[in-house]
Design a protein around this ligand. Structure first.
Ligand SMILES: NC(=O)c1ccc[n+]([C@@H]2O[C@H](COP(=O)([O-])OP(=O)(O)OC[C@H]3O[C@@H](n4cnc5c(N)ncnc54)[C@H](O)[C@@H]3O)[C@@H](O)[C@H]2O)c1
Length: 414
């Protein structure tokens, strides 16, 4: 009985202690907070006092400019997606585009998305940019993966368009070892993926597999084995692509992978790199800036330029065909570089001088595709005229230049 009474007393004391402690704690926290508030108020007052009117105005101006910049950036984010067709699950494909954030890849992505397919882009953004595909980001049919194809990729897909590789000389010569790895290890990884999941794969090869063509092989047809310097500055790309083709046919023969090989000739159009040293971009940019147009060598070497939408049509037709041998995709309309510089000058109505600089090592002298195979097996030929293609490309370059100028002005103002 006495023991129970003691217990009750002890419990009562404990409860009282807890009550007193919690009351004390709340009072001290309130005090602490109010001390803090007083301190902050005083600090703020001091700050305001120390700010002169001029400083305040400056800050307000900057905030205003930042707000305007924010509005401007928001305007560039599309609110709506372009219409995509509805395909039922039997015909809708899940398609991987490696290098899909690049120039050609992003146009291919647009085409496949609009057709109603599910598109997965794998890109390491070496030369590509999210900007090229940002208009699809968030769309339920679209997925963007930051991935270097030198490493394996494990996903489920029905088709692979394998485009990942730097394409312009300054980009592929920047890190020749990486260029070789991308075109060899990267291609093995993509062919391995195609084998594992039973996907059809199209390899983006290049007219560079013909190297600097022997004049007796002009225009270049698919039966020509090429004339490539295996240790020259372009070899990392040319030989890399030749190995990619060899790998494709080895996987086709040994592992029964369903391969397509597109030998792509010079292509131009919106979203091509502005400063990668390639002829079309260089000339347009120089003419728009009213600078001298620089031609490497005497300007007598030739190129044939195809517009990017023609290439995309050809690639899709090749993928969907049953034809497994390499197919040239290019525009056979051939121009000397000098002629091309004149065309751009005339087109933009500028008086830029044409300046000749030293020629480039191993630069192919003549380049023109023989597209009779593409005509025969795919019923494909380029449709877009040089005039129309140039207009669309110039419009793009002009807008890009204006945007860049705007960005610089905004940054300067801040
Ligand atoms: N544009 C042409 O005139 C032309 C001509 C012949 C062949 N091609 C071929 O077409 C393809 C696309 O060329 P493009 O002009 O769009 O070039 P691009 O440089 O604009 O695009 C290449 C894309 O591949 C990505 N990439 C590069 N290395 C990668 C890696 N290791 N892993 C993942 N992504 C990687 C880049 O970031 C970029 O987005 C290339 O394979 C190129 O060789 C293009």
């Amino acid at each position: 009985m006495i023991h129970k009474k003691r217990m009750k007393q002890v419990l009562l004391i404990l409860v009282l202690f807890v009550l007193v402690f919690s009351v004390y704690k709340s009072i001290s926290t309130d005090e602490h907070n109010s001390i803090n508030l007083i301190y902050h108020d005083e600090f703020a007052e001091k700050m305001i006092d120390s700010n002169t009117d001029e400083e305040l105005k400056l800050a307000q101006d900057k905030i205003k400019k930042l707000e305007e910049r924010l509005d401007d950036l928001e305007c560039r984010i599309p609110k709506k997606y372009e219409t995509v067709k509805f395909l039922n699950y039997q015909v809708r494909k899940r398609i991987l585009v490696t290098g899909g954030a690049g120039f050609v890849g992003s146009h291919l992505v647009d085409y496949l998305m609009k057709q109603g397919h599910e598109v997965v882009v794998a890109d390491n953004f070496f030369t590509g940019s999210k900007k090229n595909v940002r208009h699809w980001i968030g769309h339920p049919n679209f997925e963007l993966i930051q991935h270097d194809i030198v490493n394996p990729l494990y996903i489920e897909i029905d088709q692979i368009y394998h485009l990942a590789s730097p394409a312009s000389p300054i980009h592929y010569m920047y890190n020749p070892v990486k260029t070789i790895k991308t075109n060899t290890l990267g291609t093995i990884n993509m062919l391995g993926l195609a084998r594992r999941v039973g996907a059809k794969i199209l390899i983006a090869s290049t007219s560079e597999v013909y190297g600097d063509p022997d004049p007796s092989h002009h225009p270049q047809s698919e039966s020509y084995w090429g004339h490539v310097n295996p240790i020259g500055p372009r070899a990392c790309y040319d030989e890399g692509k030749r190995v990619a083709e060899t790998l494709s046919y080895a996987y086709a023969k040994q592992e029964k992978v369903d391969v397509r090989v597109a030998r792509i000739f010079n292509t131009y159009g919106p979203r091509m790199h502005m400063n990668d040293g390639r002829v079309v971009g260089n000339f347009i940019l120089q003419a728009l800036k009213k600078e001298a147009i620089t031609v490497y060598g005497d300007g007598k070497h030739t190129r044939s330029f195809q517009y990017v939408s023609d290439l995309v049509d050809g690639m899709v037709m090749l993928m969907d065909s049953n034809y497994t041998q390499p197919v040239n995709l290019g525009n056979p309309q051939e121009h000397t570089i000098q002629e091309f510089a004149e065309i751009i000058k005339e087109f933009l109505n500028v008086k830029s001088e044409i300046q000749h600089l030293n020629g480039v090592e191993d630069d192919p002298q003549r380049r023109k595709p023989d597209i009779s195979r593409a005509k025969k097996v795919l019923d494909w030929e380029p449709k877009v005229s040089l005039k129309k293609g140039l207009q669309l490309t110039i419009d793009y370059f002009r807008t890009e230049l204006e945007t860049q100028q705007l960005d610089v002005e905004h940054l300067d103002a801040l």
